[in-house]
Ligand binder design. Structure first.
Ligand code: SDX
Length: 432
């Protein structure tokens, strides 16, 4: 819901002044509608990291970076993490409202009854080396879904869009769990329809065919909360990748596969793995100052993984919830003196008192504590980003749906500031 108010922005270039409408949303900064800039003034804007560019209008997720607020369809993340559960959050992100009991039951049934993979896909895993990074496997299998579920790839058919939506939310846990089992040489564990979403994922990851597996409710609640905290986050790099890929009309599985690929980077979803590896490298509290110094050194490419954010210039609200959850889970598991957690807390304390971090407004982000919980649950670091991808799938799909339902949808095609050679004629090799 955008409103064009009477205000406008004026841009003067040499002796000409151009006017552009200002659009307001329901919260957050207004935007200047510059869609006519090039046709009117013959110039482009220049914003390589998109630090001041709005790529779309969206009603799904809102972040206030200064207040440290995150809301899914208007509901604060703290309330959803405490009172809701992941599949209900999925419904909210996808359809815009909290479900009534019957709506939730139907949605959960539709997801639960689509958790199995096409059995031929199970052979697809076997093409990978056992020591392949699980993100490489998840990236490949997600894109490959287009080869197995071709009957839900027509993006112009609302029914096929809905089928693809359910298939992706239902099957990503199975793909991620199978990638883990494959990496440790254990047989795949099939989904169990009597288990809830989070418990089913833990069962597929940690059960073995030789004995019964009982899901620990503490761990199930912890992983469900991690899914909720990672579900969506406005127009971050991977969501923007999904939107860009979708704008060409590519099928949903290819687009979500593109999102998985982008999320893998250590500056984005790969930070949770990088953060835990960093905390392990630090090892003990007495080595923290050395790493803080490196993070501040302009000549050192080292960055404090799990710190900083493009939008949050105050605490990432997810990090706050994650920190509480880490204390709760490790306490209930009787490992509250976990050395990695102690180093993380001391690192956070020191960094937050350091002038450099204060001046640059660097706070812990969602990736700072998540790895500690995932490690306590029993996952290796290589599984952290695949779990992030599993949770973010609903956010990517929600944004994908919203974009495809926009009557003004056009292919995304940014322009550039050209700095290369101007026109010149070919020189034959003997004359070079
Ligand atoms: C996620 O976009 C999202 O919403 C992403 C995400 C989501 O849910 O989708 O929230 C998930 O990706 C969280 C971020 C995870 N990444 C990390 O934890 C990696 C470490 N963080 C940095 O790489 C960095 O903070 C970014 C990538 C997160 C943000 O980069 P920006 O916005 O481009 O900020 P910047 O790199 O321009 O940094 C501003 C300044 C720089 O110093 P100057 O050039 O101004 O002197 O702060 C410094 C940076 O050097 N800085 C850091 C730092 N992060 C920024 N210095 C040390 N350690 C850090 N972690």
């Amino acid at each position: 819901m955008t409103t064009q108010d009477t205000r406008s922005a004026k841009l003067t270039i040499e002796d000409k002044t151009y006017e552009f409408p200002i659009l307001s949303g329901t919260a957050g900064p207004d935007v200047i509608d510059i869609r006519r800039l090039y046709s009117d003034a013959g110039v482009f804007t220049f914003d390589p990291g998109y630090t001041s560019t709005g790529s779309c209008a969206s009603s799904i997720t809102y972040i206030d970076g200064d207040k440290g607020e995150l809301m899914y369809r208007g509901y604060p993340i703290e309330q959803l993490a405490e009172k809701s559960h992941f599949l209900e959050v999925c419904y909210l992100l996808l359809y815009g409202e909290l479900p009534k009991a019957a709506e939730l039951e139907d949605f959960e049934h539709r997801v639960t009854s689509h958790t199995m993979l096409h059995d031929q896909m199970n052979w697809f895993f076997r093409g990978f080396r056992r020591d392949a990074h699980p993100m490489a496997v998840v990236c490949g299998l997600t894109g490959a879904m287009a080869a197995f579920y071709h009957d839900s790839t027509d993006i112009n058919d609302p029914w096929q869009r809905e089928v693809a939506t359910i298939r992706l939310i239902a099957k990503m846990p199975t793909i991620v769990a199978h990638a883990y089992k494959y990496s440790i040489g254990q047989p795949f564990i099939y989904p169990r329809n009597e288990l809830d979403y989070a418990s089913n994922f833990l069962s597929m990851c940690f059960a073995v065919p030789t004995e019964d597996y009982r899901v620990d409710p503490i761990l199930s609640r912890a992983i469900d909360r991690i899914f909720t905290l990672h579900a969506d986050h406005e127009q971050n790099a991977s969501t923007s990748t999904v939107r860009l890929a979708s704008s060409s009309g590519a099928n949903p599985f290819a687009c979500i596969g593109a999102g998985v690929a982008c999320l893998w980077g250590p500056a984005h979803g790969g930070a949770n793995e990088a953060c835990l590896l960093m905390l392990r490298e630090i090892g003990t509290k007495d080595r923290i100052p050395e790493f803080i110094q490196r993070a501040k050194d302009k000549d050192d490419p080292f960055r404090l993984m799990g710190f900083g954010h493009r939008v949050y210039k105050n605490f990432d609200p997810r990090a706050k919830v994650m920190k509480q959850s880490a204390d709760e889970v490790l306490g209930l598991l009787g490992i509250e003196d976990n050395p990695t957690l102690q180093v993380a807390k001391e690192l956070e304390r020191i960094a937050l008192e350091d002038e450099y971090f204060i001046e640059k407004k660097l706070y812990p982000n969602v990736d700072f504590y998540s790895g500690i919980i995932l490690e306590a649950i029993g996952f290796p670091t290589s599984m952290f980003t695949p779990i992030f991808a599993l949770a973010r799938t609903v956010g990517w799909i929600s944004q994908w749906k919203e974009m495809l339902e926009d009557p003004n949808l056009r292919i995304a095609r940014p322009r550039q500031l050209y700095t290369g050679a101007t026109r010149r004629d070919y020189v034959d090799i003997e004359n070079r």
